[in-house]
Design a protein around this ligand. Structure first.
Ligand code: MRU
Length: 369
């Protein structure tokens, strides 16, 4: 089992592994102000849809902790303002917005019920005690979101491991591992679970231009656990499929629409089309918190565009001619028809996705997924 600690709450700070420094250096960033957490999400010190959501939850708790609450209205306004700032951090990962909704629901429940302090029976409750209790409830909620993510990822692994046969060669894209979540991963959870039950696998890791999450992060995670792996350029994936070297593809997701269209790291769509051409199963592994049933189809998913420097520079060194126009979408959308099955914490969804995804959501949760 991996012992990677992606993000955690410690002594009223948010601590996260600095994913920009990996794999060369394993260092941690300690955020004592919520603005530092927003900056870390933006600059991809922390990245991956579920990890971004957990960072937001903890960042919101951190921001609330330092609010000077005078009355309910002022407290709520200041709290909502912090939430709005987190919502601007990155647009595509559904988990960010899911976590913000969860924190808002927690806040309202705590404020309305004054976290049960009334039940103490004292007629003289100091309002600062009430607000301190609400802040504590928010911290516990954020920690709980992180813990639940690990549990959900474990369930993804348990459901998905049957798709992997002994000696399978698996292609994965980007990093959908422990680093992209609170721990254990989504796409990598399926691989981890298969290995944990004694199967031998070999993982081909797309380097994942331009930020190189595959080369830097997935390769690092797999090596840490001695899971056999080979790093390839993104451009080599089709050639490997043509050579019969890939048995299945597993990727994570940033947002999944109601019809199953899936936004994930740029390059995922090309892989899915190639997989179909070669008759290779293509699986998406994601927790329910990544599904956005309010969006009917993938074309309505907002795709983040990042700084052209990520493409035109390499580690701060210019590699393209100055003045060249650069287009740098961070994600693409894979239409549902290319996806063999979705592996979630609530079970497997197969086509027809529109119908079967709904069945994974027996009732609306408190987060109104
Ligand atoms: O830009 P990133 O690194 O945040 O993009 C991450 C991905 O696209 C992952 O594949 C996705 O979030 C799934 S992670 C469990």
């Amino acid at each position: 089992m991996n012992n990677i600690r992606t993000i955690y709450w410690e002594d009223n700070t948010v601590v996260m592994i600095d994913q920009k420094a990996l794999p060369m250096e394993e260092r941690y960033l300690t955020c004592s102000r919520y603005e530092e957490v927003i900056a870390a999400i933006r600059d991809m010190t922390i990245r991956g849809a579920p990890a971004i959501g957990i960072a937001a939850a903890m960042g919101i708790a951190l921001g609330a902790l330092h609010l000077e609450a005078k009355d309910d209205r002022a407290f709520r306004n200041a709290f909502n303002d912090i939430c709005d700032q987190f919502a601007q951090a990155r647009p595509t990962a559904r988990n960010l917005f899911w976590a913000i909704e969860g924190m808002k629901a927690c806040f309202e429940t705590a404020l309305t019920g004054k976290t049960g302090l009334k039940k103490v029976g004292s007629a003289q409750i100091d309002s600062s005690d009430v607000y301190a209790a609400i802040k504590q409830a928010l911290i516990e909620e954020a920690i709980g979101i992180g813990n639940e993510d690990i549990a959900a990822n474990r369930r993804i692994g348990l459901h998905g491991r049957f798709f992997i046969k002994n000696n399978d060669r698996i292609l994965t894209h980007c990093n959908a591992g422990a680093l992209a979540t609170a721990g254990y991963g989504t796409a990598l959870s399926v691989i981890r679970a298969a290995c944990e039950e004694g199967k031998t696998v070999h993982v081909y890791v797309d380097e994942t231009r331009p930020v190189l999450q595959g080369a830097r992060l997935t390769a690092w995670e797999l090596m840490k656990e001695s899971i056999s792996a080979t790093l390839i350029t993104d451009n080599a994936a089709g050639f490997l499929m043509q050579q019969g070297k890939i048995d299945l593809v597993i990727v994570g997701a940033d947002r999944i629409a109601a019809n199953g269209d899936t936004a994930n790291k740029i390059g995922t769509y090309s892989l899915a089309v190639l997989a179909k051409e070669h008759g290779i199963p293509f699986y998406v592994a994601a927790p329910l918190s990544t599904f956005d049933l309010s969006i009917r189809q993938g074309k309505d998913i907002i795709i983040e565009e990042r700084d052209g420097k990520e493409v035109a520079e390499f580690e701060g060194r210019r590699i393209a001619p100055y003045g060249i126009d650069v287009y740098n979408p961070a994600f693409d959308v894979t239409p549902y028809r290319y996806i063999t099955a979705m592996i979630t914490d609530a079970g497997i969804a197969r086509p027809p996705f529109e119908e079967n995804i709904k069945k994974l959501f027996p009732q609306k949760t408190a987060y109104d997924i």
